[in-house]
Ligand binder design. Structure first.
Ligand SMILES: NC(=O)c1ccc[n+]([C@@H]2O[C@H](COP(=O)([O-])OP(=O)(O)OC[C@H]3O[C@@H](n4cnc5c(N)ncnc54)[C@H](OP(=O)(O)O)[C@@H]3O)[C@@H](O)[C@H]2O)c1
Length: 248
């Protein structure tokens, strides 16, 4: 089954954050799609894949020169059709934890979450958007989160993560406007993957009903359908795994 049927045939895709739970699932699905010619995959650590379509290159989204080199490598033979940014952080050992109250705010941890979750994808956009096709449908999709919606925030908490995703959502709207001037067939999307069983969500899923906890493959499959169904009208919006629009 072709997952990217609305793209030109033999589409070229890139996945940033391919070592992550959802990122890896994207790569596996794209590599198995007959309509996909190549998948350039990026992560900090070296990865190997069985498929000849898949090629790895290093990236650290907090280091602009590494992002620039990665984008140049990705478009060395031909322009890309789809770029997915699946990087992100919610917690790290004891140093970064989602805050339950204002008392727990640590400015250094907050700055790091903002750097990885909000500035990192903008650096990717800065260097990878020029590597996207200008004559056909092209999509830059970044993984955001429903908790980045300001209007949806009724629970509070997780201030750094929420702020980083709200900032990311604003960058997506801004990028969509700029990109539409260069390619009217371009789409820039923020995506909410649902609650997905990965290292990022692991400490917080104990009480999540199993019917609401997606495997990475299920989430990535649903998100690829949202990407394939997307049109320029959708550009600049935040969409959930089921295609519904989430208000900012
Ligand atoms: N899982 C969920 O329930 C859920 C829900 C809503 C939104 N999301 C969003 O979905 C995205 C993917 O999450 P996930 O669940 O797949 O998490 P994950 O398994 O922890 O993967 C996170 C990925 O981000 C990469 N990363 C972190 N910092 C990086 C940096 N400086 N440069 C390059 N790569 C970096 C990690 O690379 P390393 O392997 O090198 O650390 C890893 O590949 C995130 O943006 C997350 O906020 C997830």
């Amino acid at each position: 089954m072709a997952l990217l049927s609305s793209f030109r045939s033999h589409a070229r895709a890139a996945v940033i954050g391919a070592s992550g739970g959802i990122g890896r699932a994207f790569v596996e699905l794209l590599a198995a799609d007959a309509n996909v010619r190549s998948v350039s995959v990026f992560s900090r650590s070296c990865l190997n894949w069985d498929s000849e379509k898949v090629n790895w290159h290093s990236i650290d989204v907090t280091d602009e020169s590494s992002v620039a080199v990665a984008a140049e490598w990705a478009s060395r033979d031909s322009l890309l059709d789809l770029v997915i940014v699946a990087t992100g952080i919610l917690h790290r050992e004891d140093q970064i934890l989602p805050e339950r109250s204002l008392r727990e705010i640590d400015p250094r941890a907050m700055a790091e979450v903002l750097t990885i979750n909000a500035i990192g994808p903008v650096m990717v956009a800065k260097h990878f958007l020029p590597a996207l096709s200008k004559d056909n449908k092209s999509v830059l999709a970044v993984l955001s989160a429903r908790v980045g919606s300001i209007s949806d925030n009724r629970l509070g908490g997780w201030m750094s993560y929420r702020m980083s995703k709200a900032a990311l959502n604003m960058s997506v709207r801004t990028l969509a406007i700029e990109q539409a001037r260069l390619n009217p067939a371009s789409v820039v999307l923020a995506l909410h993957p649902g609650t997905v069983d990965t290292a990022l969500s692991k400490p917080f899923t104990e009480r999540v009903d199993s019917s609401r906890l997606f495997s990475p493959a299920v989430s990535a499959g649903k998100l690829l359908k949202v990407i394939d169904d997307s049109s320029p009208d959708c550009s600049g919006g935040l969409y959930a795994y089921d295609g519904s629009r989430i208000e900012f």
